[in-house]
Ligand binder design. Structure first.
Ligand code: PEP
Ligand code: MN
Length: 267
């Protein structure tokens, strides 16, 4: 179902609040790694003013250590829903447990993110597949492109056609960056699949100083969108502060991203 052979036209996914992605519609998802409290609103207002069209923030966090901050949980979903209503922006947030999918539906979450660590959690993929809510499916830590597409297949085979693929870097021998950004995956996924493809330069690089370069590369490679972590005070962020852009850095990035998009769209 994800294969372009049987579905030649690009899929356009309707994320709500009038925001569509794919088939020439380019969208930027921005916000903090974790929902931390009221600063969500400040960050949301800033990223929206800079041109972001969707708001991200994790309420359930897949942390490497069980002793690290695990997210605000349901209260985080409520804050996201409140910010969504105030700013008229769709929310993208990660669901980790199939038992939470109904709660995400009840809270009106617009896009459910499947994180890299759950890219092959087949019961979870099946559960979000039983809904019609758009799913942002991240590439697994060491997943091949074909395995990512099979993850999409798990969701779509249950009846949910609204899948957005996300290249967020893969694990390689390189240690200077958090992951290795596989920019190649963007045109390859477009070749093999009709689904929209988003690049995540934040998790792909892991360091603020490299995030913008990776964002420009993904945009130039024809991504249908970007997911970028932005924090009002990165050194105090509860997770992933080392890779967060400040609102000012994000604003600068957005100006250049718009210029690159013009080049991509040029006749
Ligand atoms: C995130 O988006 O904050 C996240 C945990 O991403 P990933 O699953 O790609 O590591
Ligand atoms: Mn993160």
């Amino acid at each position: 179902k994800a294969n372009r052979k049987f579905h030649p036209e690009d899929t356009v996914v309707d994320c709500g609040h009038g925001v569509k992605i794919g088939g020439g519609n380019f969208q930027v998802i921005a916000g903090p790694c974790s929902v931390e409290g009221k600063n969500l609103f400040e960050i949301a207002r800033a990223v929206k003013a800079s041109g972001a069209t969707m708001l991200r923030g994790g309420a359930y966090k897949p942390r490497t250590s069980p002793y690290s901050y695990q997210g605000m949980g349901e209260r985080g979903l409520d804050l996201l829903a409140e910010a969504s209503a105030e700013l008229d922006m769709p929310i993208v947030t990660e669901v980790m447990d199939p038992r939470d999918v109904q709660l995400f539906l009840d809270k009106g979450i617009d896009v459910m993110q499947i994180g890299a660590r759950n890219a092959q959690n087949f019961p979870l993929l099946r559960e979000v597949g039983k809904t019609q809510v758009p799913v942002l499916l991240k590439r697994g830590l060491s997943e091949t492109i074909d395995e990512l597409l099979m993850g999409a297949e798990y969701i779509m085979s249950e009846g949910n056609p609204n899948v957005i693929l996300c290249e967020r870097g893969i694990r390689t021998f390189e240690t200077r960056t958090r992951n290795t950004f596989d920019v190649n995956a963007i045109p390859v996924l477009h070749h093999l699949s009709h689904l929209p493809v988003v690049g995540d330069p934040s998790h792909a690089t892991g360091y603020t100083r490299y995030v913008r370069s990776a964002a420009y590369a993904a945009t130039a490679a024809g991504a249908d969108g970007l997911e970028i972590e932005v924090h009002d005070n990165p050194s105090e962020a509860w997770s992933d502060g080392a890779q967060a852009l400040t609102p000012a850095q994000f604003d600068d990035a957005m100006r250049r991203i718009r210029l690159i998009r013009e080049a991509v769209n040029a006749p």
